[in-house]
Ligand binder design. Structure first.
Ligand SMILES: N[C@@H](CCC(=O)N[C@@H](CS)C(=O)NCC(=O)O)C(=O)O
Length: 200
């Protein structure tokens, strides 16, 4: 099994974490976004990571890789999340929140936008609803971790790193605790090792 991946990509992180959690061994192929290997583009012409290539099957959506991994092995019950609620979180994360995150992270690409109102919108649409959930229960879907926490955490990490001081000032204590727990986890560290770039 081959995984095409990019170390800092949040979609690739969620896939790597799910594969590791399920105990699935892959050949890791680290790519450069500006110089994608032909073998990856042959398997998945759309050219995004992660891509998991198996015998006769290519999965090129991070969530498909997560779900496939969990279907193989789910030792801690990551899969036991209410489907409708899970989908609503993911739709918000991968949709409007990701759009705002890019606007916040790459102000040069959006010179017409000020960062402060973008951060306010992030707070309103994503962080405050998350904070409310995480004040009530330890994880987004209840008191046990599920794939939803793992799928969303890399994006919150990215947000927190844009301007650590601003993030620290936000009134989101439960999110900060949840984020720190994921950042400190053995699982996260185990998928962040550096790999040399793969050449076909
Ligand atoms: N819907 C895809 C999105 C993956 C994605 O957009 N990955 C980015 C890297 S974070 C990518 O590969 N972009 C292609 C590029 O920048 O050329 C998934 O969930 O796997």
């Amino acid at each position: 099994m081959i995984l095409y991946s990019y170390r800092r990509c949040p979609y690739a992180m969620r896939a790597r974490m799910a594969l590791k959690y399920a105990g699935i061994e892959v050949e890791h192929r680290e790519i450069e976004l500006r110089n994608k290997p032909q073998s990856m583009l042959l398997a998945s012409p759309k050219g995004t990571v992660p891509v998991l290539c198996m015998d006769g099957l290519v999965l090129d959506q991070s969530l498909d890789i997560m779900h496939w991994a969990i279907s193989q092995s789910d030792p801690d019950g990551w899969g036991s999340a209410d489907d409708a609620i899970a989908q609503a979180w993911i739709a918000k994360n991968d949709g409007p929140f990701k759009v705002l995150l890019d606007q916040y992270k790459y102000p040069n690409r959006f010179p017409e936008l000020d960062q402060a109102p973008v951060l306010q919108e992030v707070l309103q649409i994503m962080l405050l609803p998350m904070e409310q959930s995480l004040q009530a229960t330890q994880y987004l879907m209840g008191d046990t971790m599920t794939w939803v926490d793992v799928a969303i955490f890399p994006f919150i990490r990215q947000l927190s790193m844009v301007d650590a001081n601003k993030f620290e000032q936000l009134p989101i204590t439960a999110i900060k605790k949840w984020l720190a727990q994921h950042l400190d986890s053995e699982l996260f560290h185990s998928v962040m090792h550096k790999h040399p770039v793969w050449r076909d």
